[in-house]
Design a protein around this ligand. Structure first.
Ligand SMILES: C[S@@+](CC[C@H](N)C(=O)[O-])C[C@H]1O[C@@H](n2cnc3c(N)ncnc32)[C@H](O)[C@@H]1O
Length: 258
């Protein structure tokens, strides 16, 4: 995964990803669902940038969880008030229950299989407070991804310059992203490669996994409300949920449910 690039992550993503706007839109979405929500667990938190903004700017109490110790080191430095746990999102046991569980920027894809998605959502359910909510930003469904997609990103600080070239391969229900890095700093230039594998799940499969985990309820759909969505609802009517608690589902972007 991010074996070569954890310390370069913020440099690369801050060049094109607007964490400030995303955090503001998440805060507004949460406010509209229930203004008393306060505690947040950011699962697969990476370097803790959403966590930092949600805490510093929007007043939430935010903890985080990630598999990668290097990301956690950075996240802890940015978020001294939060607790950041090293754990696998599909199998974790924390002492606290949260109003809100976030799993953003397609991190769910990294669990690769639907069985592990189901396991992950059960874990989320077990860590939610009574009337809590999950916001999950999915990876692409199988029909939206193709082999041969090419991307190029650069990032620069006074000390280091990085260029990342990405290519995508689709292998059945798995997408494979190959990243080639060129990293230049005071001591020279080095090359590095990472291969990331993410599972491709349909919206119906994701919704079924939410339901199977007990994460379903009356639905509130807000078109493009999350700010992390990728292009609206394609004209589909959002499914109406039912039963015990609340959920929000934007069919092409975020799934929020409790
Ligand atoms: C694309 S990054 C997103 C990071 C952060 N949420 C953001 O928006 O910048 C994906 C993250 O998922 C984490 N991750 C991948 N598999 C995981 C797992 N099984 N359990 C916990 N974290 C995982 C990676 O370490 C990485 O931090």
């Amino acid at each position: 995964m991010f074996t070569e690039s954890a310390e370069l992550y913020d440099l690369i993503y801050s060049s094109f990803k607007d964490y400030g706007t995303e955090a503001a839109q998440i805060a507004a979405l949460l406010e509209s669902i229930d203004p008393v929500y306060r505690t947040v667990l950011d699962v697969a938190c990476g370097t803790g940038e959403h966590a930092r903004l949600l805490a510093e700017i929007h007043g939430f109490t935010v903890d985080g969880l990630d598999l990668n110790p290097e990301f956690l080191r950075i996240a802890r430095a940015k978020n001294p008030a939060g607790q950041f746990f090293e754990a696998d999102m599909s199998d974790f046991h924390l002492p606290t229950r949260y109003d809100v569980i976030l799993c953003l920027f397609s991190s769910i894809g990294y669990v690769k299989t639907l069985d592990r998605v189901a396991q992950t959502l059960r874990c989320f359910r077990n860590h939610l407070a009574g009337d809590g909510v999950v916001i999950l930003e999915p990876w692409f469904p199988p029909d939206k991804m193709r082999t041969g997609h090419h991307s190029e990103r650069t990032g620069q600080s006074p000390d280091v310059r990085v260029r990342r070239v990405g290519t995508t391969e689709v292998d059945g229900r798995l997408s494979r992203l190959r990243f080639e890095y060129t990293i230049e700093n005071g001591s020279g230039t080095r090359q590095a490669t990472e291969v990331h594998e993410l599972g491709l799940f349909t919206i119906d499969e994701m919704l079924a996994a939410f339901a199977a985990a007990g994460l379903i309820g009356p639905l509130h759909h807000r078109r493009n409300a999350c700010g992390i969505c990728r292009g609206g609802t394609n004209g589909r009517t959002p499914t109406r949920g039912s039963r015990r608690s609340r959920s929000v589902h934007c069919p092409d972007c975020c799934l929020t449910s409790a």
